[in-house]
Write a protein that binds this ligand. Structure first.
Ligand code: GDP
Ligand code: MN
Length: 376
C-alpha cells in the first residue's frame, strides 16, 4: 500500500526523525492560513502517490500566505502521472546547503532489506542508478541485527565529512531503519535528506510503501489508506478481490492464477505485443469477478485487444464462460476478445461461448498470437 508524504512523515516523526512540521490543506484559503501560522517561507506540496512531483510543478515555494494560496490553487486539481491532486502539504521551507538520498528497499535478489545512500540527492534515484551507479552506496541489512552502529557510521561517512553531521545522519539512518521495520514497509526513503546552512540534518521529503500482507497487524497504518488517491482501477480491483497491476501496453490480459498471468505476459511479449496489465482473477469460480475484471480492463483507454487465458482447476471453465457472456452483455466493449479456455468443465464452457458467438481456443500459443495480432 502506498501512503502519502505527510503520512510517512508522521511515522518518521514518531520514530524521532528530524522532520519539519506540516499540515494538510484542501483549499487555497486553508493553505494561506497555514502559511500565516508558520510565518515566513513555506513549501506547498502535492500529496499524490507519485514521485517527481517537483518536476511536474507539484512542489512550490511561497514567500507568504498570498503566494501559498496561489500555489495551492495551481496544485489542487492538477494531474501528476495520471493521478489528481486532492490535498497539499504546507510546511515551513527549509534552507538547503546540501541534498542527499537515503533509502531502504526490500531487495529480492539478496533476500533482505538494503540501505542505499547517495550524495546525489534531490534527483530521481533511478536516474542516478542508470547514469552514475557508483554514486550509490549499498548496505544489505541482516534483519536479525538491524542496522549496526558501524554500518550506520560508514553510510553517513559516505555522504558527509563533518563529524557533527555524520553523527546526526547516523542517528537518522538508525531511526529510518526502525521506522521501516516497525511499519512492515517494503520501501522507506528520504529524498532529499538535507543539511541546512547551520549544519542540521532534516528530512524534507518522505516516501513509504507498506507490504499489503502486513496491514492486518498494522491497524494504524491500514487506516491511512486514501481511497480518493488510488487509481480508480486499482481500488475497484482490490474491492473485487482481483490482483491487478496496470502496465503501459495495449493487450489486456485476464488470467486465473498469478503464475499463468506472468507466463501469459511473457508470451504476449514473445509474440511482439505489450501487456496492458497483470490481472489474476484468482482460483474461485465467481462470474462477478470476471465482470469486474473485464470492466476494469475495458476502461483502460490504451487497451486494443483483450485476452482471456483460463486454465480450469478449481476455477470452472463454464463459470468463466458465463462471466464473459454476462460481462460483454452488460458492458459495451468495442474490442476484439480472444479466449483460451481449458481444463475443468472445458466442454461446457466452450459450448456456452459458442452459443453466444464467441470462439474458444485451447492452445495458449495460438491464442496469444491471435490476441497480439488483433491489436489495430
Ligand atoms: P519530489 O519531487 O516528489 O521528490 O518532491 P520533494 O519533496 O523531493 O521536492 C522536490 C524539490 O523541491 C527538492 O529536491 C528541493 O529541491 C525542493 N524543495 C522541497 N522542499 C523544500 C524546502 O523546504 N526548501 C527548499 N529550499 N526547497 C525545497
Ligand atoms: Mn523527493
Amino acid at each position: 500500500m502506498n501512503i502519502h508524504e505527510y503520512q510517512a512523515k508522521e511515522i518518521f516523526r514518531s520514530h524521532g526523525m528530524p522532520v519539519p512540521p506540516g499540515e494538510i490543506a484542501t483549499s487555497p484559503e486553508a493553505a494561506a492560513a497555514l502559511a500565516e501560522e508558520y510565518g515566513g517561507r513555506v513549501v506547498v506540496k502535492a500529496q499524490v502517490h507519485a514521485g517527481g512531483r517537483g518536476k511536474a510543478g507539484g512542489v512550490k515555494l511561497a514567500a507568504g500566505p498570498e503566494e501559498a494560496a496561489e500555489a495551492a490553487r495551481a496544485i489542487l486539481g492538477m494531474q501528476i502521472k495520471g493521478l489528481t491532486v486532492h490535498k497539499v502539504l504546507v510546511t515551513p521551507a527549509a534552507e538547503i546547503a546540501s541534498e542527499a538520498y537515503v533509502g531502504i528497499v526490500m531487495d529480492r535478489a539478496s533476500q533482505r532489506p538494503v540501505f542505499m545512500v547517495s550524495a546525489e540527492g534531490g534527483i530521481d534515484i533511478e536516474e542516478v542508478a542508470r547514469e552514475n551507479p557508483e554514486a550509490i552506496h549499498r548496505q544489505p541489512i541482516d534483519p536479525r541485527y538491524g542496522l549496526l552502529n558501524h554500518q550506520a557510521s560508514r553510510l553517513a561517512f559516505h555522504l558527509y565529512d563533518d563529524i557533527g553531521v555524520v553523527r546526526q545522519a547516523s542517528d537518522v539512518l538508525q531511526r529510518l531503519w526502525h521506522a521501516y521495520e516497525d511499519s512492515g514497509a517494503t520501501l522507506a526513503e528520504v529524498n532529499p535528506l538535507v543539511v541546512t546552512p547551520d549544519g542540521d540534518v532534516v528530512a524534507i521529503d518522505a516516501k513509504m510503501n507498506i507490504d499489503d500482507n502486513e496491514l492486518f497487524r498494522q491497524p494504524d497504518i491500514a487506516a491511512m489508506r486514501d481511497e480518493e488517491a488510488e487509481a480508480s482501477s486499482e481500488r475497484r480491483a482490490r474491492e473485487a478481490g482481483l490482483s491487478y497491476i496496470k502496465l503501459d501496453g495495449n493487450v489486456g490480459c485476464c488470467v486465473n492464477g498469478a503464475g499463468l498471468a506472468m507466463a501469459t505476459m511473457d508470451l504476449v511479449k514473445y509474440y511482439g505485443g505489450e501487456p496492458a496489465n497483470f490481472l489474476d482473477i484468482g482460483g474461485s469460480s465467481n462470474p462477478d469477478k470476471v465482470v469486474a475484471a473485464l470492466s476494469i480492463i475495458g476502461e483502460d483507454p490504451h487497451v486494443r485487444s483483450i485476452l482471456f487465458n483460463i486454465f480450469g482447476g478449481i476455477t470452472r471453465c463454464d463459470d468463466v464462460a458465463n462471466g464473459i457472456v454476462e460481462a460483454t452483455d452488460r458492458l459495451e466493449l468495442d474490442l476484439p476478445i480472444t479466449i483460451r479456455l481449458t481444463g475443468t468443465n472445458e466442454e461446457e464452457g466452450v459450448a456456452i461461448l459458442e452459443e453466444h458467438g464467441f470462439q474458444a481456443m485451447i492452445d495458449m500459443d495460438e491464442a496469444v498470437q491471435r490476441a497480439v495480432g488483433a491489436v489495430s
